[in-house]
Design a protein around this ligand. Structure first.
Ligand code: CO8
Length: 258
């Protein structure tokens, strides 16, 4: 499918999706969110894709929702359009692992989009923030909930109430990102991580993603039971037999997603 606001390259079972509105620092407008949701749905169905990397430019992952598109809207319009609601739900419904590779600004909806991915690797020039309060609004696609789960109440309140930015070191220290890498190496490093994930059993990768996400949706006991059932169910797969046999035979496993 031809997209105008994003680009996609698929290589070695990894889809690299780039937000591509450089004139607006990749601000998220309706077209971009629609195209991104479509691309992720497509990637989920594509057998040539086993892991997805979502990135922006060196200067900006995304500087937020498009303020020009939103500025004149009324309550009735944003309510009736459910602005970005359906798209972010489709994005988080993606079953295959998605890594956000963040360089530069990840602000407002940009920070929220990064947090809607499975984990974030950022470059040392990254800046995260929820500055919506400066515009007289608040986060609208999960920021108050997801940032709080990532970094805790105190830091989340600080970010949402002051609108200040968090640099890469603080983001790593507080658990918002899993790794920080030099800006020039961001994409190669993240692609290496993505290729490593792409080599795993796809069934186990999706089960791991579902189980970790359960930690945010349910009680500890329910989550542990969900994990236990998924673990047990994986013994019905050929990949479990192959993975364990390969270990015992001291060779690389050849997973076949069965
Ligand atoms: N929307 C639209 N255009 C933008 C945005 C944005 N969020 N951010 C930057 N741009 C545009 C600028 O207008 C400018 O365009 P032009 O050259 O035509 O004037 C171009 O990108 C370059 O930007 P700057 O000249 O401002 O670049 P600087 O390097 O000086 O500054 C900043 C970079 C600090 C990132 C600055 O651009 C900035 O503060 N941007 C806005 C950040 C922000 O407030 N983000 C939050 C937006 S609100 C939001 O995300 C709500 C989420 C809820 C989503 C659910 C409902 C939709």
């Amino acid at each position: 499918m031809a997209y105008q606001t994003i680009t996609i390259e698929i290589e070695d079972y990894v889809a690299l999706i780039r937000l591509n509105r450089p004139e607006a620092l990749n601000a998220l407008n309706s077209q971009l969110m629609g195209e991104l949701a479509d691309a992720l749905t497509e990637a989920d169905r594509n057998e040539k894709v086993r892991c997805i990397v979502l990135t922006g430019s060196e200067k900006a992952f995304a500087a937020g929702a498009d303020i020009k598109e939103m500025a004149e809207k009324t309550f009735v319009e944003v309510y009736n359009d459910n602005i970005f609601g359906a798209e972010i739900d489709r994005i988080t419904a993606t079953r295959k692992p998605i890594i956000a590779a963040v360089s530069g600004y990840a602000l407002g909806g940009g920070c929220e989009l990064a947090m809607a991915c499975d984990f974030i690797i950022c470059s040392d020039n990254a800046k995260f923030g929820q500055p919506e309060i400066n515009l007289g609004v608040i986060a609208g696609i999960g920021g108050t909930q997801r940032l709080t789960r990532f970094v805790g109440k105190s830091k989340s309140m600080d970010m949402h109430l002051t609108g200040r930015f968090m640099d890469a070191a603080e983001a790593e220290r507080s658990g918002l990102v899993s790794r920080v890498v030099p800006a020039a190496k961001l994409i190669p490093e993240v692609l290496t991580v993505a290729k490593k994930i792409a080599e795993k059993s796809q069934i186990a990768a999706i089960a791991a993603k579902e189980a970790v996400n359960r930690a945010y949706e349910t009680t500890l006991n329910e989550g542990i039971l969900f994990e236990r059932r998924s673990f047990q169910a994986l013994f019905a797969t050929d990949d479990q037999k192959e993975g364990m046999a390969a270990f015992l035979e001291k060779r690389e496993a050849q997973f076949r997603d069965r």
